[in-house]
Design a protein around this ligand. Structure first.
Ligand code: SF4
Length: 145
């Protein structure tokens, strides 16, 4: 059983109410081999919602800030913690997460400038899952799964 980012399974849960369906991932959910979760929605955020990216403050702390400067770190962290709780309860050991997101991103994420530039790093969910022993993949690594 996998956890998958809900937007990859076709759920309209992205900040602009869109999805980025990956047919193979959608199929995994249909076949009961994966469950689809959107950490930002289970944190209580709505769609549409502010576009957010991860930045670091002058003390090196990671923060989630919207393109209008609002701080959503607490909500995003809440979503990450709830996601971990759910997958621990179910006993899931592998996740396929949407690359680049400040929540789900793995390996490379947007750099906080809101101009499409990527930097090395993980979103809050990916980071928390890795720390808890979950194997994380992105939608670009399906051939490795
Ligand atoms: Fe939700 Fe993660 Fe998709 Fe963002 S990347 S919309 S948090 S499932």
């Amino acid at each position: 059983m996998y956890l998958v980012s809900a937007c990859l399974a076709g759920v309209n849960c992205r900040y602009d109410s869109s999805n980025i369906l990956n047919k193979k991932i959608g199929q995994l959910v249909k076949e009961g081999k994966a469950i689809a979760i959107c950490p930002e929605m289970i944190a209580g955020l709505n769609t549409p919602r502010a576009c957010c990216e991860m930045v670091q403050d002058h003390e090196g702390r990671k923060k989630i800030i919207s393109n209008e400067g609002e701080d959503f770190t607490k909500e995003f962290m809440d979503g990450a913690m709830k996601t971990l709780e759910i997958i621990k309860t179910i006993g899931i050991k592998k996740a396929i997460l949407q690359s680049r997101s400040p929540s789900c991103g793995y390996g490379r994420i947007y750099d906080g400038t809101f101009n499409g530039t990527l930097k090395e790093g993980n979103g809050l969910v990916a980071e928390l899952l890795i720390k808890n022993g979950i194997k994380v993949y992105t939608e670009n690594e399906l051939e490795r799964i």
